[in-house]
Design a protein around this ligand. Structure first.
Ligand code: ATP
Ligand code: FE2
Length: 327
């Protein structure tokens, strides 16, 4: 069985192909880049996705060495995400489904990050830290659902780092630039904000911007920003491990690329005698392959396809509201 997966929740338009043995045959993407100094403009991102969708699909089919008519199922990222971006994915997928008669599955974007993580790292039952631009969640599978143990109360860690990067007039992409500066920095105090299992980042970002104006070096601010926010993330993951009794931690999302965050989680897991793994770069940011693989899981386990007439996007679809029929 072959599943075509469509991702379009934010910056990335992605198309992937996966089979029911867990092989990923294609993973192509094209990413919208906001104008200099700006964050995402949802309507522009939608236009980008609509413009590139045909070409990304062609490329994916070519890499997979398959034709569209060989696909059995189509899955798309139904939410959560920005409504204009989600609509681009829904309309594109619906059109393909109508044209070919393939059943259409709606996939939860966050669940897809976890499933492609389990597939590529071979972790079985991890506590997942999902850290991207918009999302920051600690998730674990308990009593039939992926439960959110903690999350950000304001902005995602990626957007927080980007916000600081913009204010500090660094170059886009900001996360990797901050990581480079941080290598040569030393510690200065920034607010550490863990509230139970939840986190908050906007106060730290304002304080970091203020401290930069007070003539601290970029290196010191970037170092301390990473040390503080990553320690907060590590603390809640450790507490989720202790609470659930699980022994594996999985790191995914665009911010998973950060080596210092990887190192801190790795040390924490080692000290507990647990396992730690990072989703490979190609599959940790938003991508179509994760949607294709989760589509395979949902379809194989008997989930009903969407009715094309009333298929909708779900911009606020929560991880813990998603039916997990394959576990
Ligand atoms: P989502 O819809 O899941 O929120 P997204 O559109 O934000 O996704 P991702 O590719 O998952 O996209 O993540 C992008 C984020 O990752 C950006 O905020 C970027 O700054 C951050 N990032 C990328 N590389 C690094 C790095 N090395 N260190 C820290 N942050 C990074
Ligand atoms: Fe994502």
């Amino acid at each position: 069985m072959l599943c075509l997966g469509i991702e379009s929740t934010a910056h990335t338009f992605g198309v992937g192909v996966a089979d029911d043995k867990g092989s990923i045959l294609a993973n192509e993407k094209d990413t919208y880049k906001p104008e200099k100094g700006w964050g995402i403009v949802p309507m522009e991102a939608r236009r980008h996705h609509e413009e590139v969708s045909g070409a990304v699909l062609e490329k994916a089919l070519e890499s997979a060495g398959k034709e569209l008519k060989e696909m059995d199922v189509i899955a798309f990222s139904q939410g959560p995400g920005l409504p204009p971006c989600l609509y681009a994915g829904l309309n594109f997928s619906k059109e393909l489904s109508e044209k070919t008669g393939m059943p259409l599955m709606g996939v939860n974007h966050c669940v897809a990050h976890i499933e492609v993580g389990r597939l590529t790292t071979k972790l079985e039952d991890p506590v997942t830290l999902y850290v991207s631009g918009a999302n920051t969640q600690t998730i674990a599978f308990v009593s039939g659902k992926y439960r959110i143990f903690g999350e950000t109360q304001d902005i995602g860690i990626g957007n927080a780092l980007d916000k600081f990067g913009r204010e500090a007039k660094l170059e886009f992409p900001y996360g990797p630039k901050i990581e480079v500066f941080a290598k040569k920095g030393k510690w200065i105090d920034l607010p550490y904000t863990v509230k139970g299992m939840d986190l908050s980042f906007s106060g730290i970002i304002s304080e970091a911007a203020r401290k930069l104006e007070q003539k601290n070096t970029m290196e010191d601010i970037c170092f301390s920003l990473q040390e503080t926010t990553f320690a907060m993330l590590t603390e809640v993951v450790e507490r989720a491990l202790a609470h659930t009794g699980k022994s594996e931690a999985l790191l995914t999302g665009g911010v998973a690329a950060n080596k210092r965050l990887q190192e801190m989680l790795d040390i924490m897991c080692n000290e507990r005698g647990g396992k730690f793994a990072v989703v490979p770069n190609e599959y940790s940011g938003d991508n179509g392959a994760m949607i294709a693989w989760t589509g395979v899981l949902a379809h194989k386990s008997g989930q009903k396809p969407l009715n094309l007439k009333d298929a909708q996007v779900l911009p606020r679809w929560r991880t813990d509201q998603t039916e997990i029929s394959w576990l």
